[in-house]
Design a protein. Structure first.
Length: 461
C-alpha cells in the first residue's frame, strides 16, 4: 500500500474514531450504502501496519466471514488469507504430552460456508486501501484529544504531527477499541460477571499440530491439514488457541478463568511460557523450539464488558470493542462487528436520507442487546466444564445449534434490521435463549457428576 492520501477538512457527515477492523469495515459498508456521504476515519496508528499485528480477533466464523465477503464485497481480499478448516478441539488427557491420546473434535473437510484465519495487519492494510479507493478520508497517526457533543453537530479535536485540528460531524462513531473514547466521555461503561483473562503472542513460524505425532493412524484420520483450523487445547478452566496466519506466523493464546488460573500466572511472556510448560507441555515444547522467532506479547485482564447505550438519535454510535465484548471462544468477535455495523449503517443511512430514525435507534439497540445477553450463558461460569470431552462435545453441538438456529439465518437473510420481522421473531428468539440458559445449567451439573478421564482415550469426533 502506498502513502495514504489525506485531506483534513473541517466537517464531515460521519467521523469514525478508530481505523481498525470495526471502524474500517463500517466506513466501507456506509460508503456502499450511502455513496454521497462524506466519511472520515481518524486512526492513531500508522499505515501500512506490520503483518501479524498484535490484535486479538484473527479467527472468523461464518457470520463474520459472510459480512466481509458478501456484504462488504471483499472476496478478493479474503482470498489472500487462509481458508479455515473450522473449529478444532483437543480435550485434556493425562499430562497433555501426547496429542494422540486427546479426544479430538473437528471437521475432516472444509465446510460449505467459508470462514477465514485473518492476519490482522495484512487484512487491515487491505481494508485501508479499499477505503481510499472508495473516497473515504483516512487520517492516520492522529490522536483524538477531545469531544464536544451536540445533536448531529458534534466536534472532534484531534492532533496530527503536532498540530491540533477541529472537525464537525453529523454522526460520530466510536470504533476506538478498548480506549472507548465515547464510552468514557459519557460514562457508559457496564461490567459483566464473567472474570476471564487472556494472554497471547506471535511466533514467526508455523506451529503445526500435525507435526506433534508420527502415529500413522492419527495422521491418516484427518485428510486435510489441521493447522488450517482454529485449534483449541482444552483443559480445566482454560483453553489455548493456535491460529495459523497468512504471513507465516502463528498466534498462540491462553484464555483462562481467574478463579482457576489467576491472571498473575500468565500476565508476562515468561509467565505464559511457564504456564504452558505446566498445562500444555507438548505445545510448549514446539514453541520453545522456535522461541528465537518470538514477535510480540499482550495480555488482558477481565476482558468482558458491556455498555449502557450503543446508539443515539443525537448522532453517535459505538461499535467493535469500543462497545461490548463477551468472549473469544468460538471466534464471535467479527460476528458482533458485522451485526453492530449493520445496525449503525441502517440508522445513519436513513438519517442522511432525511428519515426519522427514532424507531431504528430503539429497536436496533434492543435487538443487539438481546443477542448479546442471549449468548452470554454460553460462556459465563462454563470454563470449569472445558476439561470434560463428553460434556463439551455435547455443549459444542448445542452451541452450534444456537448459532445456526438463531443469529445465523437472521444475519444471512438480512433480517436483523427488518424491524417488522424482528418484532415477530423476538418472542421466539427469547424462548430459544431461555432454553439455552437451562441447557447451560445442565452442562455444569453434568460436569460435576462425570469423570472424563475414565473414558477411552484418543477418540476422534
Amino acid at each position: 500500500m502506498g502513502v495514504m492520501k489525506e485531506l483534513i477538512e473541517d466537517k464531515s457527515d460521519v467521523v469514525i474514531m478508530g481505523g481498525g477492523l470495526a471502524g474500517l469495515s463500517l466506513a466501507i459498508q456506509l460508503k456502499n450504502k450511502a455513496p454521497d456521504a462524506s466519511i472520515m476515519v481518524i486512526e492513531k496508528a500508522h499505515f501500512p501496519r506490520p503483518e501479524a499485528a498484535l490484535k486479538v480477533g484473527e479467527s472468523t466464523v461464518e457470520v463474520g466471514s459472510h459480512y466481509f465477503e458478501k456484504i462488504l464485497g471483499l472476496k478478493n481480499i479474503l482470498d489472500q488469507e487462509i481458508r479455515k478448516l473450522g473449529l478444532r478441539f483437543f480435550f485434556t488427557r493425562d499430562d497433555n504430552r501426547d496429542i494422540t491420546l486427546r479426544t479430538e473434535l473437528g471437521p475432516s473437510h472444509f465446510l460449505t460456508v467459508w470462514s477465514y484465519q485473518l492476519d490482522r495487519g495484512r487484512f487491515e492494510n487491505a481494508l485501508a486501501k479499499h477505503c481510499e479507493d472508495l473516497g473515504i478520508n483516512l487520517i492516520s497517526e492522529a490522536s483524538v484529544r477531545d469531544l464536544e457533543l451536540a445533536k448531529n453537530d458534534s466536534r472532534v479535536l484531534f492532533k496530527k504531527r503536532g498540530e491540533t485540528h477541529s472537525l464537525k460531524a453529523k454522526w460520530l462513531v466510536d470504533a476506538s477499541g478498548r480506549a472507548s473514547l465515547l464510552k468514557r466521555k459519557l460514562g457508559l461503561a457496564k461490567s459483566i460477571k464473567h472474570n476471564i483473562n487472556a494472554a497471547w503472542f506471535r511466533i514467526a513460524a508455523k506451529i503445526n499440530v500435525d507435526d506433534w505425532s508420527t502415529d500413522v493412524e492419527w495422521q491418516k484420520r484427518n485428510e486435510l491439514p489441521r493447522y488450517a483450523s482454529t485449534n483449541h487445547l482444552y483443559g480445566k478452566g482454560y483453553w489455548t488457541w493456535l491460529i495459523a496466519l497468512s504471513s507465516g506466523s502463528t498466534s498462540i493464546g491462553i484464555v483462562a478463568d481467574e478463579r482457576i488460573h489467576p491472571f498473575n500466572t500468565i500476565n508476562t511472556f515468561d509467565k505464559a511460557r511457564e504456564w504452558l510448560k505446566n498445562y500444555e507441555p507438548q505445545c510448549s515444547d514446539r514453541i520453545e523450539e522456535k522461541i528465537d522467532l518470538f514477535q510480540d506479547f499482550l495480555c488482558l485482564k477481565h476482558f468482558s464488558y458491556r455498555c449502557k447505550q450503543l446508539y443515539s438519535e443525537d448522532g453517535w454510535c459505538l461499535t467493535g470493542d469500543a462497545g461490548m465484548f463477551l468472549d473469544p471462544l468460538y471466534s464471535p468477535g467479527s460476528d458482533f462487528v458485522g451485526m453492530n455495523n449493520g445496525f449503525i449503517t441502517d440508522i445513519i443511512s436513513k438519517f442522511l436520507q432525511g428519515q426519522n430514525i427514532s424507531q431504528e435507534v430503539h429497536e436496533h439497540e434492543r435487538t443487539f442487546r438481546s443477542i448479546f445477553s442471549g449468548f452470554t450463558p454460553i460462556y459465563k461460569d462454563q470454563y470449569s466444564t472445558m476439561a470434560n470431552s463428553k460434556v463439551m462435545s455435547s455443549k459444542f453441538v448445542w452451541d452450534l445449534m444456537m448459532y445456526w438456529g438463531g443469529i445465523g439465518p437472521l444475519f444471512f437473510n438480512q433480517k436483523l434490521t427488518d424491524i417488522e420481522f424482528m418484532n415477530f421473531a423476538r418472542p421466539i428468539l427469547f424462548d430459544f435463549f431461555n432454553l439455552n440458559v437451562r441447557m447451560q445449567d445442565l452442562y455444569r451439573a453434568w460436569t460435576l457428576l462425570d469423570d472424563d478421564q475414565q473414558h477411552p482415550a484418543g477418540i476422534f469426533l
